[in-house]
Design a protein around this ligand. Sequence first.
Ligand SMILES: NC(=O)c1ccc[n+]([C@@H]2O[C@H](COP(=O)([O-])OP(=O)(O)OC[C@H]3O[C@@H](n4cnc5c(N)ncnc54)[C@H](OP(=O)(O)O)[C@@H]3O)[C@@H](O)[C@H]2O)c1
Length: 293
Amino acid sequence: MVFRWQKKVRKNVNNKLRKRYGPWALVAGASEGLGAAFATQLAEAGLNLILVARRQDVLQMFGDQLKDQFHIAVHCIGADLSTPETGKMLLQAFEEKQAGLLIYNAAYSKVGPFIERTAHELNSTVDVNVRGPLLLIHALLPRLIERRGGVVLMSSLSGNQGTSGVAAYAASKAFNSILGQSLWYELRPLGVDVTVCCAGAIRTPGYLSVASKSGEVREAPGTLDAAVVARTALRALGRKPFVIPGRMNRFADWMMTRLLPRKLSVQVMGNAMRELSAANSIQNVEQTRGENR
Ligand SMILES: NC(=O)c1ccc[n+]([C@@H]2O[C@H](COP(=O)([O-])OP(=O)(O)OC[C@H]3O[C@@H](n4cnc5c(N)ncnc54)[C@H](OP(=O)(O)O)[C@@H]3O)[C@@H](O)[C@H]2O)c1
């Protein structure tokens, strides 16, 4: 149920998004889950969209839906954010469309022991999660300053202390968190808004596939719908450098980073990831069996 005051807040946020950052926004990693929720809420606010994901067919179908439903223009780019060529393509599209908002949502993550990660997987973590947002924001900056635009970066509670089982991913999310907060202060006098959205578990296809064991989904406490996370991040843009969606997640983060000794908080996160990793390795075995058939 949506209350009248909530409708009013949404209307104000939508007006701000359209007037301040429109007429175009770019969502990197937009075809499903949280990326699709960001795209839907921006479309609802009346912004035209540049959408990016690797599976062009899935992305195009989603883009067509948004066009029909919200009567906006959509430009779909099927590309891999881990390559430098994609960065150039996105810069060109951003300039051509006179976009004013970048949502960098896509991330590469693998759950399991660090020793089992291949060099390719570790490089992908750095390419998609670190190099991608870093170089894209830097390249778009003249445009963002000119348009007094905005940037939303996605981080994770796993990046607020050590998190074994997703060591490289967690470290990459810590990078985004610090990058975004630093730029919030540095770019504010230049008229550019930056917000880091530091999420706990989100009901996205990626998370649900990792959290399911024998067909049963075992969600972490405080798991949120993608729409709630996207709405919280877009509301915080221009108001806060850093936001954690969900009361339970804010409380958990306070406990882990302020209350518990670091040794204990790292152990708690590690144990939670070990459970998730066990579910995931069963699933990987089943997937491999399926592929061998
Ligand atoms: N899900 C969670 O529980 C959770 C928790 C904390 C933080 N987060 C953060 O929230 C963000 C969304 O996470 P999610 O995993 O749940 O993803 P998602 O938003 O459900 O989907 C990822 C999107 O990015 C695209 N994508 C992935 N890799 C790409 C690449 N290399 N190049 C271009 N597009 C790519 C995917 O489409 P294609 O596959 O077609 O490319 C898809 O559209 C991430 O930054 C993540 O770190 C998530």
